[in-house]
Design a protein around this ligand. Sequence first.
Ligand code: ADP
Ligand code: MG
Length: 319
Amino acid sequence: MKEKLRVALLMGGPSAEHEVSLSSGEVIGNHLDKDKYEVIPVVVSKSGEWPFEIGELKEMADVAFIAMHGEYGEDGTVQEELRDAEIPYTGSDVLSSALAMNKILSGRLLASHGIDVPEFIVVQKHEKTPGSLGGLDFPVVVKPADRGSSVGITIARTMDELVPALRNAFGFSRDVMIQEFIPGREVTCAVLDDGAGEAFPLPPTEIIPRSGSMFDYNAKYTPGASEEITPARLHDDALSVIQETALIAHRAVGASGMSRTDMIIGDDDRLYVLEINTIPGMTPTSLLPQAARVHGLTLSELFDRIIEAGLRRHGLLLG
Ligand SMILES: Nc1ncnc2c1ncn2[C@@H]1O[C@H](COP(=O)(O)OP(=O)(O)O)[C@@H](O)[C@H]1O
Ligand SMILES: [Mg+2]
């Protein structure tokens, strides 16, 4: 009998998305093909502690499936630790992960590729409040530069609302963006690749929040709190533009295995990219699994591909 590939499923971790990650990990663990893989669940604590030394993983597993989101798990930190311990892992490498997690740097990079991103200014913690809004008009979106799941994000409609919004965001990050608010329809589009540069987009999803205008943490993880329609109800031309944009974003940050790019179709008919996620949620209500299903992939097949892409990127799978 062929030996099974030993997959360490890394979840939890020291981010605001600890619980989300546990839920992603559960879905992945349940759907990894048990005929092919021996799954070793590894829960990193909320304070970042591993149940054992990370180097011990090399003896225990052939590949690490990173099912962590946000800081540490998605921002290049665990990727660097795994790289240094010579353990192959799924998804993007250290640099791409860090770049994608930082909305300031990735926003500038995407703009340089001709992609529309909402205009923004950057405020650092020591500045407290900006001297001017740099030409932006209210309402503005205030967001930490490097957090996910809408953590620390507020819409400020007046100068009075800006101060607490900044204080809130600085609770999560040293760098905060004040961004032009884009009224419009929210869409997201995932991209999969084979770890060797061959990438393709999944069908775009349209997100309709039920609880107001913002796709917030609750709307993201409460079943039924937002309505998601895949493929988005748009003309084929618009769907193609969304997919092409997601592909450009994926390639621009050098993502590998998977990504999901969040966008808004503005009322001005321009397509704005909000951010690119390199480890999108895999919970039962998450968007990438929904899109994969619509594309005709089972979750087992999706996770096979993500593992194979990781192995290929590390030169462990030829062809
Ligand atoms: N500039 C913006 N204009 C309008 N809505 C925004 C803007 N930025 C963020 N949002 C809303 O906040 C949500 C989260 O923002 P996003 O940039 O995707 O960060 P993250 O998902 O990492 O928290 C978006 O899905 C959208 O609903
Ligand atoms: Mg987002």
